[in-house]
Design a protein. Structure first.
Length: 216
């Protein structure tokens, strides 16, 4: 059983509500089979709640009700599975190219009974046209100048990218600004979420996309 501190538990209760037990089961999957299969490093086990699950789950506050969310490079389901557990109203598509990760993700989805999740084994650029997301998420996938090209096209011309980033977020935006504009990004900002819940809040880059010809 992965230990959870009182502060982490308080945050988890607020974010996951009645689905907290599902979140706990997900964390156990990360700590056991997720570690055994190389999706999570063994040293991360004591920090699964604070550094990974809660860090990802707080971004649910940035996503509108009933959105279709595509999670690019989902890996261990961060943030995709966190969002699916926290927000049963969302429809999640987890995009992951590596077979062993896809198999693990599907096993976890089945065990937790998450009927709002679809796991796709493909690369983000090959999924364009196959899905039409309202929001695209990503964490630890690539620098924003490259990530923009992997995420924005999945919106079909209109929607938002909500990418979890670190302290260099503003610098990454500066470097990627031309690419973002070319792809239809009309507003890019850094948003800090979870200040009232987490010891270390989560930094998010938010890109509003509205290509010419799309109704705002």
């Amino acid at each position: 059983m992965v230990e959870i501190t009182p502060a982490e538990l308080q945050a988890a209760e607020k974010i996951f509500g009645s689905r907290l037990e599902l979140a706990k089961r997900y964390v156990e999957h990360l700590a056991t089979s997720g570690t055994e299969r190389g999706l999570i490093g063994p040293r991360e086990i004591p920090r699964l709640w604070s550094r990974h699950v809660l860090n990802c789950a707080v971004i649910e506050s940035e996503i509108a009700q009933d959105s279709h969310v595509a999670d690019v490079g989902s890996g261990a389901g961060l943030p995709g599975l966190c969002l699916a557990i926290a927000r049963p109203d969302l429809e999640l598509t987890l995009i992951e190219p590596l077979e062993r990760r896809v198999i693990w993700l599907q096993e976890v989805v089945d065990d937790l009974g998450l009927d709002n999740v679809t796991v796709m084994r493909t690369r983000a650029e090959l999924a364009v046209g196959l899905i039409n997301a309202d929001v695209v998420t990503a964490r630890a996938v690539s620098a924003l100048s490259n990530l923009a090209g992997l995420t924005i096209p999945l919106l079909g011309g209109k929607g938002e990218v909500v990418a979890i980033k670190g302290r260099s977020a503003a610098e990454e935006i500066e470097k990627a600004s031309k690419v973002i504009r070319k792809l239809g990004g009309v507003k890019t900002s850094v948003v800090v979420v979870g200040q009232d819940l987490l010891k270390e809040p989560t930094t998010v880059v938010r890109i509003v996309v509205n290509k010419p010809g799309k109704i705002a």
